[in-house]
Design a protein around this ligand. Structure first.
Ligand code: ZLV
Ligand code: CA
Ligand code: ZN
Length: 393
C-alpha cells in the first residue's frame, strides 16, 4: 500500500533506543536528541519499518565502552552529577576534568545512560553486520566522532564509532571510515592513527582559527614516521563555505572510488552528520538532501557491508529529511517513495514545507556564497591520488 516492499535477500537493520532521545543538553545547546524522534517518526510514516529489521538497541556495557575509553574517564563519567552552574560563571573557565561540564559538553541528567545507549546502538549495528545478518545496519543515534579516549569534545562524550569499528576489526581485515559531517572527524582519525587496517576519510569545513575543531588540513595524513603503519591512512578533504551538491558528489565519488580501489576495505563505516546540509544552524555548506544522500548511495554501490551512523545536525527538520531519504536508499525504495511528506506524519508542521526535497531557495532564501573554486577541488583530488600511492591493501 505504501509502495515499500522488502527486496528478497537484502537485509537492512535499524537500531535505535527511544529512551536516548528523551535527554536534554540544555535549552540553548544546539544538540537536540529529539531530532532522532522526529527522524524516526518520518521514517515510520513512510512505512519503511516494514522493509527493515527493527531493533531497540541495548545500552553498551562498561566493558564495551572500555574497549576504547580509559577506565578513569568512564568512572568519572559514571559518577559526575549535573551541577547547577551560576549564569555568570557559565562561560568562564571552570576546572574541567576530562573536558566535561563546559558549555560544549555539559553535564546533564542521565548523561551516562545517554552515552551508553548511543554506543549500544552503534555496537548492535556492527554486530548485525559481522554476524552476516545485515547488509546495511543503521544507527542514527551514533556518530559522535569527536570523543577521545579520555576526553569529551564537541558535544561527544563516548566515541561509538571507534567502538563499533573495533568490533568490525575482529572479523574484517580492513575497514574504511567515511565522515560527511561538516566537522572534522578528529576523534576517529586519532584513534586509528597508528594502524593500516583502518583508513579514515573526513570531508569538512576547514578554517583552523574559526571553525571547530580546527584540525584536518589536506596534508594531515597520519604521523609520518618510519615505523608507523598508519602513515598515509588518514585522508582529509578541507572545504570552504557554500559547497554544492554537484561539487561534493564529484569529490566524494572520485575520492572514495579511488580509495576503495586501492585500500580494498572489507566493510565501510559511514558517518552521515547532517550538519553539512544547507540551512544547518552550525553548518556552512549548500548541500541538499539529494546530494547528502548521494554519498550513501555511492557507498552502498560499493557492495560492501555498510554501517550508517548519525552525527551532527542542528536543524531538526532537515536532519529528519536527510536520514529518512538515506534510510530509503539503504532499503532501495528511494525511487518509489513520495516526495510529498505523508499526510499523517507527526509534527508535520515542523517541516515548514511539505516536501522531502526542499529547494535551496526554500531552505535559505538566498543561498550561501560558494567559496570553493573548481581549481582547488581538483588540487584536493590530485593530493589524495598522490597520497594513495603509499597505500596498499
Ligand atoms: O556535529 O556551543 O567552537 C558531532 C559534531 O561534529 C566550539 N565548539 C568551542 C571551541 C570554543 N568553543 C566555543 C564554546 C561554545 C559552547 C557552546 C554552542 C552553543 C550555541 C551555539 C553554537 C555552539 C557551538 N559550539 C558551535 N560550535 C561549537 C563547537 C563544537 C561543535 C561540535 C560539533 C559536533 C556531533
Ligand atoms: Ca566530516
Ligand atoms: Zn558536526
Amino acid at each position: 500500500e505504501s509502495g515499500i516492499t522488502r527486496p528478497k535477500g537484502y537485509n537492512v537493520s535499524f537500531h535505535c533506543n527511544p529512551e536516548m532521545e528523551k535527554h536534554h543538553f540544555g535549552m540553548t545547546h544546539p544538540m537536540k536528541p529529539w531530532r532522532l524522534t522526529l527522524s524516526k517518526s518520518l521514517i515510520y510514516s513512510y512505512g519503511m519499518s516494514f522493509a527493515m529489521d527493527n531493533y531497540i538497541s541495548r545500552a553498551a556495557t562498561y566493558e564495551e565502552l572500555a574497549s576504547f575509553h580509559s577506565t578513569d574517564y568512564l568512572d568519572f563519567l559514571g559518577t559526575v552529577l549535573p551541577e547547577p552552574v551560576p549564569r555568570d560563571l557559565e562561560n568562564q573557565n571552570p576546572d574541567l576534568k576530562f573536558n566535561l561540564g563546559g558549555s560544549d559538553c555539559p553535564l546533564f541528567d542521565g548523561l551516562y545512560d545517554y552515552c551508553s545507549m548511543s554506543a549500544g546502538g552503534a555496537l548492535d549495528a556492527a554486530r548485525k553486520i559481522t554476524a552476516n545478518q545485515s547488509d546495511i545496519a543503521i544507527a542514527w543515534g551514533g556518530g559522535l566522532h569527536h570523543a577521545k579516549r579520555a576526553e569529551a569534545s564537541g558535544f561527544c562524550y563516548i566515541n561509538d564509532i571507534v567502538i563499533a569499528i573495533l568490533e568490525l576489526l575482529r572479523f574484517y581485515p580492513r575497514v574504511l571510515y567515511v565522515d560527511i559531517d561538516v566537522h572534522h572527524g578528529d576523534g576517529v582519525e586519532e584513534a586509528f592513527f597508528s594502524t593500516d587496517r583502518v583508513m579514515t576519510v573526513s570531508f569538512h569545513k576547514y578554517d583552523p582559527n574559526n571553525f571547530f575543531p580546527g584540525t584536518g588540513a589536506l596534508d594531515d595524513n597520519g604521523p609520518k614516521n618510519e615505523h608507523n603503519p598508519g602513515a598515509h591512512h588518514a585522508v582529509n578533504v578541507p572545504l570552504n563555505d557554500g559547497i554544492t551538491d554537484e561539487q561534493y558528489d564529484m569529490l566524494f565519488n572520485s575520492i572514495i572510488g579511488k580509495i576503495v580501489e586501492k585500500f580494498r576495505p572489507s566493510a565501510i563505516a559511514l558517518q552521515c552528520g547532517a550538519d553539512s546540509l544547507a540551512g544547518d544552524r552550525l553548518g556552512r555548506f549548500n548541500l541538499q538532501v539529494q546530494g547528502h544522500g548521494a554519498c550513501v548511495e555511492f557507498c552502498k554501490k560499493m557492495g560492501l557491508p555498510l554501517v550508517l551512523f548519525g552525527g551532527g545536525g542542528y536543524t531538526p527538520r532537515n536532519v529528519a529529511r536527510a536520514w529518512t531519504y538515506e534510510t530509503s536508499i539503504a532499503i532501495g525504495c528511494q525511487d518509489n517513495i513520495s516526495s510529498v511528506l505523508p499526510q499523517h506524519t507527526p509534527w508535520r508542521d515542523q517541516f515548514r514545507q511539505d516536501t522531502l526535497f526542499p529547494t535551496l531557495e526554500q531552505i535559505l532564501g538566498e543561498p550561501r556564497q560558494n567559496r570553493n573554486p573548481q581549481k582547488r577541488l581538483q588540487e584536493i583530488v590530485q593530493h589524495v591520488s598522490e597520497q594513495l600511492r603509499f597505500v596498499q591493501a
